[in-house]
Design a protein around this ligand. Structure first.
Ligand code: SAM
Length: 260
């Protein structure tokens, strides 16, 4: 992967950050979760989604690497912050942990395999035990759109990964790299990050940047297990007990000293 996705997105024209108007899968997810808790919008772009969620009663924190987008979004009830969601030092958000993390159309554009895993790790770390993740991603589409089949092939020499291509502007300039996931691939990534996957829905829709073209989208709903905390507490108790216990003596030495 030759692109520097962090630089691509930090310098992207904030006015033209891609988004998605149809939020019906997100709507279904919110109804399922039921409660209106604290919510983190990871890679919020211009904050369209963040503001809509805040207007519906969620306590929303939203982060993005693009300073221009965050600056324009700031005048709002949402708590907007410039953050790199791939940070290895955590996201340093006062409102954490959150009961819900929303990550719309971000995992496809954050970079390669390591960056996707890091994003999911930060999403996991930002959630409280039992907290919910809603994640949407672009899905593999070469079988329904020959244009994508061509792009995957043409860019393979540089991306080195099937299903990845470079999104370009109308002059053919590369803007950023995009990965299209298979369902098992996205599931495996979520599970590797410690999530319990409730479902991954695969829909055939219109491409977000090319509305006249067919593209698949994946919608994942996953949960940070409750038991992580319990497991840690039990382990910590066991470790503490071990520390208190005197070191085990050799049985024969112990018996010998007793027998005189
Ligand atoms: C396709 S846009 C989606 C924006 C928003 N989620 C929406 O659906 O309206 C991807 C967003 O991810 C952000 N992004 C990409 N890499 C990032 C990173 N490393 N840290 C924070 N944000 C990042 C981009 O700046 C951009 O706003």
């Amino acid at each position: 992967m030759t692109r520097d996705s962090q630089r691509d997105w930090a310098s992207f024209d904030p006015e033209n950050i891609p988004t998605k108007a149809d939020a019906s899968e997100l709507e279904t997810f919110l109804v399922e979760v039921g409660h209106k808790g604290s919510l983190l919008d990871l890679g919020c772009g211009n904050g369209i989604l963040s503001r809509a969620l805040a207007a519906r009663g969620y306590r929303v924190t939203a982060v993005d690497i693009n300073e221009g987008a965050i600056a324009s979004a700031r005048e709002s009830v949402v708590s907007f912050h410039v953050r790199d969601i791939l940070s290895t030092n955590g996201l340093r958000l006062a409102a954490a942990p959150f009961s819900i993390v929303v990550c719309q159309l971000v995992i496809s554009v954050v970079g390669g395999v390591a960056q996707r895993a890091r994003l999911l790790q930060n999403a996991h770390d930002s959630l409280e035990p039992g907290g919910w993740l809603y994640l949407s991603a672009s899905g593999i589409s070469d079988d329904i759109n020959s244009g994508y089949a061509r792009l995957y092939d043409e860019d393979f020499a540089e991306t080195g990964e099937h299903g990845t291509y470079f999104s370009r502007d109308s002059d053919g300039e590369i803007l950023y790299s995009t990965h299209h996931f298979t369902e098992p691939e996205l599931r495996a990534l979520l599970e590797a990050a410690g999530f319990e996957v409730s479902r991954v829905t695969v829909n055939k829709e219109a491409s977000s940047r090319r509305p006249d073209q067919a593209a698949r989208f994946l919608y994942a709903v996953a949960r940070k297990p409750e038991r992580i905390l319990r497991k840690n507490v039990t382990q910590r108790r066991k470790d503490a007990k071990k520390k208190k216990r005197p070191p085990p003596q050799n049985l024969w030495v112990a018996l010998g000293s007793k027998l005189g």
